[in-house]
Ligand binder design. Sequence first.
Ligand SMILES: Nc1ncnc2c1ncn2[C@@H]1O[C@H](COP(=O)(O)OP(=O)(O)O)[C@@H](O)[C@H]1O
Ligand SMILES: [Mg+2]
Length: 263
Amino acid sequence: MNMGEPRAAAPAPKTVLEISAFSLWYGEKQALYDVTMSVPEGKVTALIGPSGCGKSTLLRSVNRMNDLIDSVRTAGDICLHGDSIFAPGVDVITLRKRMGMVFQKPNPFPMSIFENVVYPLRIDGERNRQVLAEVCERSLRGAALWDEVKDRLPESGLSLSGGQQQRLCIARAIASEPEVLLLDEPCSALDPLSTNKIESLIQELSGSYSILIVTHNMQQASRVSDFTAFFYLGRLVEYGPTANLFGAPAAAETRDYVRGRFG
Ligand SMILES: Nc1ncnc2c1ncn2[C@@H]1O[C@H](COP(=O)(O)OP(=O)(O)O)[C@@H](O)[C@H]1O
Ligand SMILES: [Mg+2]
């Protein structure tokens, strides 16, 4: 969004994710300290900060991907639409289905473009050709890739360019209509043109999706996000409407970082 746009003055949107006093340790090493923030629904929220400050750790906590690491211990809570993701009885597979995740490096599966997109439905056992075809088209349109691939759906997803592969991964992530889209530096392996495309796509998807995006690129955060959270050494230093955070940062660390003095 542009600086000074009055969007930030709109009524506070609903919360999709409520992160409360959340801390995380990898063994003895604490990576997140007492993070509290609510992620608004239907908006783009950017996590920024220097490398190693805990952005990816927080993103991976939200869909409990850190469960896969034995040494991880957490404190505090994270609620998705009001329900704790750590509550007893929460099925982690179901939880992860409620969130689409896209990583730094595009990771299409070694299968056709079509099968890549409908993969989340396939693993749920959907076999109806027409349903699959509809979801494929809707998701590829949603990911701004349909026009480029509609005549080559049976071809391998790996035959696409890097930027197209990343949009394919976004199509796959939105195929199951997740409640949150988690993007971890989705443009860092892409050229500037593909980056532009993904950035416009993120803006198109906001409104329909709640997006949490990690980026080390401050220009990108200021272009695509409604809200920005600045992390430093595992702590949430400042969080607010993107225009305020970049235009009038409150904390000295935020000011130094957004002005490019370190990072
Ligand atoms: N699997 C892991 N095991 C141990 N330490 C980790 C692991 N992943 C990340 N860390 C550490 O946690 C801190 C935060 O890392 P990370 O969340 O990847 O930061 P960012 O995404 O902001 O660059 C860093 O000090 C990093 O070395
Ligand atoms: Mg990271």
